[in-house]
Every structure is written in C-alpha cells, then in structure tokens.
Design a protein around this ligand. Structure first.
Ligand SMILES: [Zn+2]
Length: 187
C-alpha cells in the first residue's frame, strides 16, 4: 500500500473507493422513487463532482404546477447553488431516463462534462431516441454520453408506475359506474 503520510483516513486517497456509474445510478433511482411516492412519473437525477453527490432532484411537475420541474433541472439548479457557479464544468449528471429536449438544452448550457442515463425514452428522448439534441455537433459544448446504465431497472420503474396508474383509473371508472347504477335504482 502506498504511503500517504499523516493524512486523516477520509482524506487519504488510498482509503477512497471510486464509486461506479451503477452506484450513482442507484442513487438517482432513489430520487425516482421519491417522485413515484408523490404521484409523479418516477425519474430521478444526481449530479456528481469527483466522487461525491453534490445535488439531487426528482420530477415535481404536477405537484409544483411547473412544466420545467424535471429531475435534471432540479439537480442542475441545486448544483449551481452548491458550486456558486452557473457553469457545472467537470461534473457528471446521472439520470434514470434519457433527457428530454429541454433538459438536454440545460445540460449544454450548464457545460456538464458527462451525462449517464438509464432507460431510453422512445417518446420524447433528446439524445438519440427521438431527437439528437445532446450530441448535436453544432453545439459549442459536447458532453460525453453513456446510456443504458441499469437500463432494465430504470425502465421497469417507469413501466410499473404507468401500469399502476392505468389500474387505478380502471378502478375509479368502475367505482363511478357502480355509484351511477346505485343512484338509478328505484327508491
Ligand atoms: Zn427533461
């Protein structure tokens, strides 16, 4: 083992484990769960500098009445406050779902160095699935992109959420129909 003098244990590089992409994606998935808990589509994000999470975010569009309250935007805003800088150069953004065009634009504006996402978004994806905003060569900033990290798990979370919501709607419809039938019964 290398000798690093008298550095305290937590500052000694020998004792620091470099976390993997999967590790940080699991942290983003925890954020996605928080979104699901409040009835939002489960998408979560974390922003990492070095080996540490500096910001977190999850979807809050419905609860905040804010169409721009995507997980990535929340994390980007928090990271800006933490770093006291509108440029997030040398940071990495982990998000459970392929960023949309709005978030891809914000990622470019923020100069985020690397983007890592889980599931593809075949309806509104801004990287490769529908649009190619994130990696368009015409931008003056080109983040490195890694897709498909814990893809199946991230995708399963979203599918499960929509399946649950469809089931709830079906039950509500059934309940309303039953109530209407009861009202129609002769006294
Ligand atoms: Zn977005």
């Amino acid at each position: 083992m290398a000798d690093n003098g008298n550095l305290p244990a937590d500052e000694n590089p020998v004792n620091v484990t470099e976390h993997s992409d999967e590790y940080f994606m699991r942290e983003a998935m925890k954020e996605a769960e928080l979104a699901a808990d409040i009835g939002e589509v489960p998408v979560g994000a974390v922003i990492v500098a070095g080996n540490s999470i500096i910001a977190r975010g999850h979807n809050k569009m419905i609860s905040a009445n804010d169409p721009s309250a995507h997980a990535e935007i929340a994390a980007i805003r928090e990271a800006g406050r933490v770093l006291d800088n509108y440029r997030l150069t040398d940071t990495r953004l982990y998000v459970t779902l392929e960023p949309c065009i709005m978030c891809s634009g914000a990622i470019i504006h923020a100069r985020i160095g690397r983007v890592i996402y889980g599931a593809r978004d075949y309806k509104t994806g801004g990287d490769v699935s529908v649009f190619n905003i994130l990696q368009d060569p015409r931008h003056n900033h080109h983040p490195e992109v890694t897709s498909g990290v814990l893809e199946e798990e991230c995708s399963a979370m979203i599918s499960a959420f929509f399946a649950r919501r469809r089931e709830q709607k079906k039950l509500e419809k059934l309940k309303n129909r039953t109530e209407a039938q009861i009202e129609e019964l002769p006294n």
